[in-house]
Design a protein around this ligand. Structure first.
Ligand code: BES
Ligand code: MN
Ligand code: ZN
Length: 473
């Protein structure tokens, strides 16, 4: 929890953010500490930890040569470093004294809070694992209370998204996911409408139902709404997230080595839930709808097989040629369903293709879509929050690859440009302003080397929260 305060106790730990070495004279350091710090700074260090017996002081020095966004990211990483260094000394409260711009305080707070996250639910002795830090106080030169509320809401949203991703199928079936969505909705203040298998059948969502056929667990289709009275927009922003609670590949079973992270295949859905939570907690004055189609994908009794022809929610027929290209099938139904909201803009998020990881790597999102203006805004936001986007084209010649001789579309393209053919497939089910984010790379990480944590990263929550927040200013 981040709070504002006027004073702090002398024996509490402190983080100073300074722009210039001269400011060392404005902070309370002993002569020895001051000498040590100056020497370190002369040696080009910009992160200094003074570990006294009863408290720690950290000094973060701005790098005037860095561009602003890279500097913000450096401070987030510093926040994460601080968290890992105070883990063993069990510090409960940190004070931040900002002698530069408040945006840098926020960056350090983000790094601290997001770096502190861990998924400890399944440890017998989880208390030993949890970080002892439970409060960050911003002292002096204070930002306004509202921006602190927003930041706290945003961090809660990222935590919610990460928790959802990190839950294995043994807990998080599609039904459980929808129950969690209901619970989170009650807690954060958005409304929910959960469609069960019977309803999904009556709506003839052929994509979601086909993927679900191998499973013993029923699918769900969760709808979340945040519609405040003071909303700035009539037509809603709609977010659609892939909720594949586990992707074995189905009959086109994935080989081992490719299965082990596939609880992450609900990351798009998790991000949509985290975003809805953050927006509702922050009470952003904007109409937003979230949609999460959910099922697992596995070979089972009546699993769908290659060459099956299925009829989607909007009547399009699809020849299935690979049961591992399942994400586009459940998303297509959700995208077609979203038409009924007469949306201002639809953004979908999905761990959709391994090809996106090949193309843009583990730290970037592939973005496609028809709303060039909003894509530019998102790309810019991507640098600000350091969830960077790379645009791929949706030229019509790519659509050739989806032609089938027996149905309207097939569900895979050829050997090349797999992320784009997936995007082209989705595009078929849209008739509104639309952006597709393929987060297969950044959604999940297997090593803990930054504030993005280990496991689910919650990528997209910070990006889209900022995107929406800016619309309300
Ligand atoms: N969920 C996977 C994509 C994925 C891969 C996500 C790696 C995260 C990390 C998706 O359902 C999938 O299996 N895609 C196939 C599509 C192919 C069969 C056309 C892929 O990328 O191999
Ligand atoms: Mn798959
Ligand atoms: Zn998948």
């Amino acid at each position: 929890m981040i709070n504002l305060t006027d004073k702090y106790l002398i024996d509490e730990s402190v983080v100073y953010i300074i722009t210039d070495k001269k400011q060392l004279n404005d902070i309370q350091l002993s002569k020895t500490e001051l000498n040590y710090t100056e020497k370190m700074i002369d040696n080009k260090l910009r992160y200094i930890h003074i570990n006294s017996f009863y408290k720690s002081s950290f000094i973060l020095l701005l790098n005037s040569e860095k561009d602003e966004f890279a500097q913000l990211e450096e401070f987030r990483q510093s926040g994460n470093k601080i968290i890992s260094e105070i883990r063993d000394i069990k510090i409960e409260c940190l004070n931040i004294i900002n002698l530069s711009d408040e945006k840098y305080t926020f960056a350090v707070c983000e790094g601290l809070m997001l770096g502190k996250y861990g998924f400890y639910k399944y440890f017998k002795d989880r208390k030993d694992k949890e970080s002892s830090l439970n409060e960050i106080k911003i002292v002096g030169n204070k930002p306004d209370a509202k921006s602190i509320e927003y930041l706290n809401a945003l961090i809660d949203g990222v935590y919610i998204a990460r928790d959802i991703v990190n839950e294995p199928l043994s807990f998080m079936t599609a039904k459980k996911l929808s129950e969690e969505i209901e619970r989170i909705g009650k807690e954060c203040g958005f409304s929910t409408d959960i469609l069960d298998k019977k309803k999904i059948e009556s709506l003839k969502m052929g994509g979601l139902l086909a993927v679900n056929r191998g499973s013993v667990h029923p699918p769900t289709f969760s709808i979340m709404k945040w519609q405040p009275e003071n909303a700035i927009n009539e037509k809603p922003y709609v977010f659609v997230g892939k909720g594949l609670v586990f992707d074995t590949g189905g009959i086109n079973l994935k080989p081992s080595g490719y299965l082990e992270t596939m609880k992450c295949d609900k990351s798009g859905g998790a991000t949509v839930v985290g975003l809805m939570a953050a927006v509702a907690k922050a009470k952003l004055p904007i109409n937003v709808i979230g949609i999460v189609p959910a099922t697992d994908n596995r070979p089972g009794n009546d699993a769908y097989v290659p060459e099956d022809i299925i009829t989607m929610f909007d009547g399009t027929t699809v020849e299935v040629l690979n049961t591992d290209a399942e994400g586009r099938l459940i998303l297509a139904d959700a995208l077609a369903y979203a038409k009924k909201y007469n949306p201002k803009l639809v953004i979908d998020l999905a761990t959709l293709t391994g090809a996106a990881v090949v193309a843009v790597g583990e730290n970037a999102t592939a973005v496609m879509g028809n709303d060039k203006k909003e894509i530019e805004i998102l790309k810019q936001k991507g640098f600000e929050v350091w969830e960077k986007l790379v645009e791929l084209p949706l030229w019509d010649e790519y659509k050739e690859q989806l032609k089938s001789s027996v149905a309207d579309l097939k569900n895979i393209g050829g050997k090349y440009a797999g992320s784009i053919t997936a995007g082209k497939f989705l595009e078929h089910f849209t008739d509104y302003n639309w952006i597709h984010l393929d987060i297969a790379g950044p959604a999940f990480t297997e090593k803990h080397d930054s504030y993005r944590g280990i496991g689910g990263t919650g990528v997209g929550v910070r990006l889209l929260f900022d995107f929406l927040k800016e619309k309300t200013l």
